[in-house]
Design a protein around this ligand. Structure first.
Ligand SMILES: [Zn+2]
Length: 316
C-alpha cells in the first residue's frame, strides 16, 4: 500500500517510479538481475520486463549461468525480445548461444567495433582459459555475434522499453557502450564502471576508460544508480572514486616508467618496478574487489595495460 501511494505521488510529480522498489500492479517496467558466482567473476546480466516481453543486457560467461538466466526469464512467462551487448569480452557474450537455443531468434544489439573485435577476444580467451576446471566447465565453442548495429546517440526500443546508447571507443575493452533506460532512470554501464573494484585496464586503454568514466559521471544526476557489468549497483557519484583510482594508477605507472632504471630491454617495467606500483595501489585500495582472482594477478595485468598505452604514446 505504501509503495502504491508512493508510486501515485511520484506519478503526480511527473517522475517515473523506481522499478526495483516498486512492485505495484500496472507498473510498466521491472528490473531483474542475474549475477554469476564469484569464480565466474560475478558477471551481471540485467533483464527488464515489460508487458510485451523482456529486454536483456549482457549474456554471461558460462553456459551454466546462461541457462539459469534463461530459466529465470522463462519463469516470467514473457518472450525475450532482444539483447544489448555492452562490449565484446567473453564474460558478456559467451552465453549468447545458449540463449539462442533457449529462445530462438532475437535481435542482438552491439557496435560494429565490438563485432569486429570479438573473434580475436574469443580466440584469446579460449587459449588463456583452456586449462581444465578453471570454471569447472568448458567455455562455449559457439561464438554468436551482434546482428543489429548500434552506436552512441542511438535510441533502441526492445519490448516497448527505450534505451539511449552512450559511450563508444576503446576503454575497458576495444569498444565499450552503455545504455540509459528513462523508464527506470537507470544507467547500465557495462564495464565502464567498476565500483569498489580494481578497474580492468589489461586491454591497454586506461585513458579511454578514464575518459568514459568522466563522461558518464558528467552526463547523469549523481544520485541515479549505475548498474555495472560486475559488482553491486552504485550511484553515479561513486564514479569519482573510480576516476581517482584510474588517475592514480596511470600516474604511478608513468612515474615509474620515467626512470630508465625501472625499464627492461623491452621498454616495459621490470618485474620489481611493476610490483612496486602494485604495492602503492594495494596500499591505497586494500579493500577493493578482484573478482575471484587475487589482487596480485589482476593489478599487474592492469598496470601492464597502462604501460602499453604509455609506451605507444611516447613512441618508445
Ligand atoms: Zn566484464
Amino acid at each position: 500500500m505504501l509503495k502504491a501511494l508512493m508510486a501515485a505521488g511520484m506519478l503526480a510529480a511527473g517522475l517515473a517510479a523506481p522499478a526495483l522498489a516498486d512492485d505495484a500492479p500496472g507498473h510498466p517496467v521491472k528490473l531483474h538481475r542475474y549475477t554469476a558466482p564469484l569464480y565466474a567473476w560475478n558477471t551481471n546480466s540485467y533483464w527488464l520486463e515489460s508487458a510485451d516481453g523482456v529486454a536483456l543486457i549482457d549474456a554471461q560467461l558460462l553456459s551454466s549461468d546462461a541457462r539459469y538466466l534463461a530459466a529465470a526469464i522463462k519463469a516470467s512467462g514473457k518472450p525475450l525480445k532482444g539483447v544489448i551487448i555492452t562490449h565484446g569480452h567473453v564474460d558478456h557474450v559467451s552465453g549468447l548461444d545458449v540463449l539462442r537455443a533457449e529462445f530462438g531468434d532475437f535481435p542482438i544489439y552491439g557496435t560494429e567495433a565490438t563485432k569486429a573485435a570479438m573473434p580475436d577476444i574469443w580466440a584469446g580467451a579460449h587459449r588463456f582459459f583452456a586449462m581444465p576446471n578453471m570454471f569447472d566447465e568448458a567455455l562455449s565453442e559457439t561464438m554468436v555475434l551482434p546482428d543489429h548495429m548500434i552506436r552512441a546517440g542511438d535510441r533502441v526500443e526492445i519490448a516497448g522499453i527505450s534505451f539511449e546508447v552512450f559511450g563508444g571507443g576503446p576503454g575497458e575493452a576495444a569498444d565499450n557502450i552503455g545504455v540509459y533506460a528513462p523508464a527506470l532512470k537507470a544507467v547500465f554501464a557495462g564495464d565502464m564502471s567498476y565500483p569498489f573494484a580494481h578497474f580492468y585496464t589489461g586491454d591497454g586503454h586506461p585513458s579511454g576508460a578514464l575518459a568514459q568514466a568522466r563522461a558518464l559521471r558528467a552526463a547523469y544526476d549523481p544520485a541515479l544508480m549505475v548498474y555495472s557489468g560486475h559488482r553491486d549497483p552504485a550511484p553515479v557519484a561513486q564514479l569519482d572514486d573510480q576516476i581517482a583510482y584510474l588517475e592514480f594508477m596511470i600516474a604511478e605507472t608513468k612515474a615509474a616508467m620515467a626512470d630508465p632504471a625501472n625499464l627492461g630491454d623491452n621498454g616495459f617495467l621490470k618485474r620489481e618496478a611493476r610490483r612496486a606500483v602494485m604495492a602503492k595501489i594495494l596500499e591505497r585500495y586494500p579493500h577493493y574487489d578482484s573478482f575471484g582472482f587475487t589482487a596480485g594477478e589482476i593489478v599487474p595485468g592492469n598496470i601492464y595495460g597502462a604501460e602499453q598505452e604509455i609506451k605507444a604514446a611516447t613512441g618508445s
